[in-house]
Design a protein around this ligand. Structure first.
Ligand SMILES: Cc1ncc(COP(=O)(O)O)c(C=O)c1O
Length: 330
């Protein structure tokens, strides 16, 4: 799959508007530029949220969306917390599924996938509405054929531990909204430039949270540990899936606070990984903190990381039965 992740689009997208208190039925139309009033609420007051999920093609040609219900639920939660009109579950699911059905021929073969990007924006043209929600909104869904995020021979990731700055506010981390990514960006750019790392692991006051766009997990032969969902981090759907598969495989799963000192002790013998829709489960090879570099699992991607990633990928690809009903067939 040529090109950068997310830079190539399927020919059509889905749109639906919220006007006078009602949603218009989802329409599938060719991808074209949006016409927005320059005073649109989203452009001034950041009334926007989005999702990222994937549809996979199985060997028999059938197409399946992974954990559609969870992504719909998370987007509705984001909309609610941003005071945006909240699309009901059926409307949002139907709009996403309609686009996948219309784009069926553009779903690449596994391990490539069709990445789906539902977006909700406030469109009221009123620059005086800083303290008022947008009455009208636009929902649209883009589709982007994407390759495997990490190719074979992938390098373990190097992470900078940011122990003062937060990615976003303590309450808003669970919202998938543009402002959270904007507020993390400067810290990520600085760490990349100053320390040559791949990502920043946000650990304000020593509390190990997540990176700019993925959840963080500690693993070894017995346990998988990750921060509890307290509103400060995104409730990752890959995170939830990996934890469920880890439980079934006999690991002890702990969702709780982790501090930097415990993490640095852990990685002397254990593994660390990032989870997310794009990367699935990516091994971490080093943590950088202050002037020190701490190798993780001797700088290698660990066996438990590989094992859990394979378990999840086998469900994505249809190689293992979907006993939990995580796939929606289109
Ligand atoms: C901040 C953040 N954390 C975690 C994740 C992982 O979430 P998911 O596994 O649902 O893709 C993402 C990716 O969407 C993210 O942007």
């Amino acid at each position: 799959m040529a090109g950068q992740f997310g830079s190539k689009f399927a020919s059509h997208y889905a749109t639906s508007s919220f006007r006078n208190g009602c949603w218009t039925p989802g329409e599938i139309v060719p991808v074209a530029k949006l016409l927005l009033h320059p005073a649109a609420h989203v452009l001034h007051y950041g009334s926007t949220c989005f999702e990222g999920l994937k549809a996979y093609r199985h060997e028999d040609g059938s197409v399946h969306i992974f954990r559609l219900d969870r992504h719909v639920e998370r987007m509705r939660n984001s909309a609610r917390l941003l005071c945006l009109p909240e699309p009901d579950e059926e409307h949002l699911s139907r709009t996403i599924c309609g686009l996948v059905a219309a784009s069926r021929d553009e779903v690449p073969a596994y391990p490539s996938a069709l990445y789906l990007r539902p977006v909700l924006i406030g469109v009221d043209p009123n620059i005086g509405s800083a303290a008022r929600p947008s009455d009208d909104a636009l929902l649209y869904v883009l589709a982007s054929p994407v390759g495997e995020y990490f190719q074979a021979g992938e390098n373990p990731l190097r992470l900078w531990l940011e122990d003062r700055q937060m990615r976003t506010t303590p309450e808003f981390g669970e919202v998938k909204t543009g402002g959270n990514y904007a507020s993390a960006l400067r810290h990520v750019m600085q760490a990349k430039e100053n320390h040559g790392v791949d990502q920043v692991l946000f650990c304000p006051n020593g509390d190990v949270q997540e990176t700019g766009a993925a959840n963080f997990l500690l693993l070894n032969d017995e346990a998988v540990i990750t921060k509890r969902l307290d509103g400060s981090i995104l409730p990752g759907i890959t995170r939830a899936s990996i934890l469920e598969l880890a439980r079934q495989a006999g690991y002890r799963v702990e969702e709780r606070d982790i501090d930097i000192a415990e993490m640095l002790e852990w990685v002397k013998t254990g593994e660390a990984a990032l989870s997310g829709t794009a990367a699935v489960l990516a091994g971490v090879g080093a943590l950088l903190h202050g002037t020190h570099e701490y190798p993780v699992n001797g700088g290698q991607i660990g066996a438990n990381t590989k094992r859990l990633r394979t378990l999840l990928m086998d469900i994505h690809s249809g190689r293992r039965p979907d006993s939990a009903g995580w796939l929606t067939k289109i």
